[in-house]
Write a new protein. Structure first.
Length: 365
């Protein structure tokens, strides 16, 4: 079905959902569309926004108790397959669809939400003004998210860009650009474990994450560029190649959420550290601080096996805190650290800091 702006004559959400059930395909022509309810994507369906099309959440249509997201899949319990969304601007209108409390809601504030999907493609679009995560994925496999722009006018807590949760595997994320200020939390996050009672995490489950490729990500001034969160579940076989970002907090965050408002564990109960990051390669990173916060650019506090950073450099001409530590490691089991060809053996819990402006190669085992 092809829909033109201003000519629906009924609830836009009902019109789109009805067409997706029968035709499996919906195309929105150029224009502004006010969405009055959640779009549910069934099996083998596609939603295309033509150039100039803006799909905007209607004022107060998504801030009610229990409201989850603007767009989701239709059968989270049994699963869906082969969903495609492309083109246009998706605007969560968070100024008029906000959570009363960032922990408890009552709404969840998600823009795109997909759980239990095999075959998902999201491409060539702008994600704008999400109240919490712009993209949330749980138990999604064989997915591609590419050619995405993040553009926010109002910044809110837990406003991740691409939030990949437990159970996800075989994913590609590439050609991502975040405009200045976006996103107001992790730009790309792999969270095998999480605080799942927070409103934006309800419906997610802790589980292993594996086989991810991230390429060509850029941000002018995001909160944190990349998070890898593992406490009890594995994150393995992840390659990130090409990440250029100004950050207000951290460039690479592997702190296992131990400094969060609601930590997932107590260090005194885990003297040998937590988590399992295996076969992780992070290469061609250019990072700088956009604030004067005294934060390391990379925090590595999760047990790791074959964890490698190659060609990480600081953009000193833009760095507002050039004296801050480049990399800090601590709170791990006994670990062999190799930095630019020199090997150290860190004892359990030992802290190591590096202030080099360029890291040719660092490995943890």
């Amino acid at each position: 079905m092809i829909i033109s702006a201003g000519k629906t004559g009924c609830s836009l959400a009902k019109l789109i959902n009805g067409a997706l059930k029968t035709d499996k395909s919906v195309i929105l022509e150029s224009g502004i569309y006010e969405l009055d309810g959640t779009i549910y994507m069934p099996d083998d369906s596609s939603l295309v926004l033509r150039d100039g099309a803006i799909l905007k959440a209607q004022d107060h249509a998504f801030d009610k108790t229990g409201c989850v997201s603007v767009i989701t899949n239709s059968d989270k319990q049994n699963g869906n397959r082969n969903i495609k969304i492309s083109g246009g601007v998706f605007d969560g209108n968070n100024a008029f669809n906000h959570r009363e409390n960032w922990k408890t809601g009552p709404c969840r504030g998600l823009l795109f939400d997909f759980i239990n999907v095999d075959g998902l493609k999201l491409q060539n679009l702008t994600a704008k003004n999400s109240e919490s995560y712009h993209f949330r994925l749980g138990f999604v496999c064989n997915f591609v998210i590419e050619n995405v722009i993040f553009s926010d006018d109002l910044f809110t807590p837990c406003q991740d860009g691409i939030h990949v949760g437990g159970g996800c595997k075989n994913g590609v994320i590439r050609n991502i650009f975040a405009e200045k200020g976006s996103t107001n939390d992790d730009l790309v996050a792999f969270n095998a474990d999480d605080v799942n009672y927070y409103c934006q995490n309800i419906g997610m489950r802790d589980a292993d994450i594996s086989d991810m490729l991230v390429e060509n990500v850029m941000a002018e001034d995001c909160w944190t560029a990349l998070r890898l969160l593992s406490v009890n579940h594995r994150i393995e076989n992840v390659t990130v190649d090409g990440f250029t970002a100004g950050v207000r907090e951290m460039g690479i965050n592997c702190d296992a959420c131990r400094y969060a408002t609601d930590p997932l564990f107590s260090d005194e109960n885990y003297p040998s550290g937590v988590g399992h990051l295996k076969n992780i390669t992070l290469k061609n990173f250019t990072l700088w601080h956009t604030t004067e916060k005294n934060r390391p650019l990379a925090v590595l506090e999760t047990n790791a096996e074959n964890f490698v950073i190659e060609n990480l450099k600081r953009k000193t001409e833009l760095d507002r805190h050039p004296k801050a530590v480049t990399i800090r490691t601590r709170n791990m089991c006994e670990t062999k650290l190799n930095l630019n060809g020199e090997t150290l053996v860190l004892s359990q819990g030992e802290e190591f800091e590096c202030d080099l402006q360029k890291i040719e190669r660092l490995s943890l085992n």
